[in-house]
Write a new protein. Structure first.
Length: 375
């Protein structure tokens, strides 16, 4: 009796060559994702849950985000975090999946950017980098993106990058609790037009680079992201990181409601469309207290020391004078010398000291009361 030989095992798929280091553009760079990025991706999804809801599966918890990241670390996939050059913050993701070699030489392209970073050109720059990698490094012949017909921003971007519409896949993917139709957009190697790679231009930040304006509805998601960023960077800021993360959605709703409150004012600083600083003022709600306004201010660590704090304070003072406010006041931890220096440059004076005003790392910390009378 002839012994039957076992069928030969299928060969392992070839390893996907990845850039060893970061792949840099002008304002962003791509780097391979890791499971350690789960927390930051979850925060990105939470801050833009309405933005993502019907266009891409979202993971608003660290556990779900980690599971998604681990699934993407397959040998036939290459997923990258889109990071801002200046501080490394993750603003989105771009990925090639189901990468096939042999006679097919194709892959599927997926991408998204956080709500606070949309319409700023980050995604177009990231796609230019990933397509260069797909066609030059992997030597692929075809890259396909599946996009919902209603996703006008992604459709326009695909068209700008040279993709062609090839058809429609009915009820292709289940997102947001429903099966969604998707259009098939594809780009072939012979149709790809590489954009020349440029090194990021590094120059000093000028006043024209920063936009100071009233916080509006489109800034709320970015404001929530900044709030959490500042809570992690600043030892003396409120809320603490876990509180900022847990209350992000509620805070966004409160901010939206406060836009209509005449007793509240929020002004933001934006760098290339990203919220990097804010100042808020809250007036008293009684006749005898409406002349006074309590302030709070916060600036991303990457943008401190650039004059943004002074510009924010000046902008709020202009509003206060026009609104009939006669007094500005704030509280600051006595150890926060940098903030105290800013307030003094803006004309504030130390009026008193409150013992044990804040609890920091389990210890009671004193705070100064600082005030300014508007003549």
């Amino acid at each position: 009796m002839t012994q039957r030989s076992k069928p030969a095992a299928a060969p392992d798929p070839p390893a996907i060559p990845r850039p060893i280091l970061k792949t840099r553009g002008e304002r962003i760079f791509l780097r391979p994702v890791t499971a350690q990025d789960a927390k930051e991706f979850a925060e990105l999804h939470r801050a833009g849950s309405g933005h993502f809801k019907y266009f891409t599966p979202i993971a608003t918890t660290t556990a779900k985000a980690r599971a998604g990241l681990e699934r993407s670390l397959r040998p036939d996939a290459a997923r990258y975090a889109i990071c801002v050059e200046e501080d490394g913050r993750i603003v989105g993701s771009v990925a090639l999946s189901q990468i096939y070699f042999g006679p097919l030489r194709s892959a599927y392209l997926g991408y998204y950017v956080g709500a606070a970073y949309a319409k700023q050109g980050y995604m177009q720059e990231a796609l230019a980098l990933i397509l260069r990698y797909a066609f030059r490094t992997l030597k692929l012949h075809r890259v396909q993106a599946n996009i919902q017909p209603g996703n006008a921003a992604s459709t326009a971007l695909a068209r700008r990058m040279g993709f062609s519409l090839e058809g429609l896949s009915r009820r292709y993917l289940k997102i947001g609790g429903g099966w969604r139709d998707h259009q098939q957009w594809a780009l072939l190697a012979e149709d790809w037009k590489p954009r020349p790679a440029r090194k990021p231009v590094r120059r000093a930040l000028s006043e024209d680079d920063i936009e100071i304006r009233d916080l509006g509805p489109r800034d709320i998601a970015g404001f929530v992201v900044l709030r959490h960023q500042i809570s992690e960077e600043g030892k003396f800021m409120m809320p603490e990181p876990d509180e900022a993360r847990a209350t992000g959605k509620v805070f966004a709703e409160q901010v939206a409601q406060a836009l209509r409150d005449p007793l509240r004012k929020r002004i933001v600083a934006l760098h290339r469309g990203r919220v990097v600083g804010f100042v808020s003022g809250t007036r008293g709600d009684m006749k005898r207290s409406r002349h006074a306004c309590h302030l709070a201010i916060g600036i991303a660590e990457s943008h401190t020391g650039k004059g943004i704090g002074k510009r924010l304070m000046d902008a709020l003072e202009v509003w206060a004078r026009n609104a009939g406010v006669a007094r500005l006041d704030l509280r600051v931890v006595v150890q926060n010398e940098r903030a105290i220096s800013l307030y003094q440059r803006c004309g504030f004076a130390i009026e008193g000291r409150i013992r044990g005003e804040f609890l920091v790392d389990g210890e009671l910390v004193d705070a100064y009361v600082m005030g300014k009378i508007l003549s």
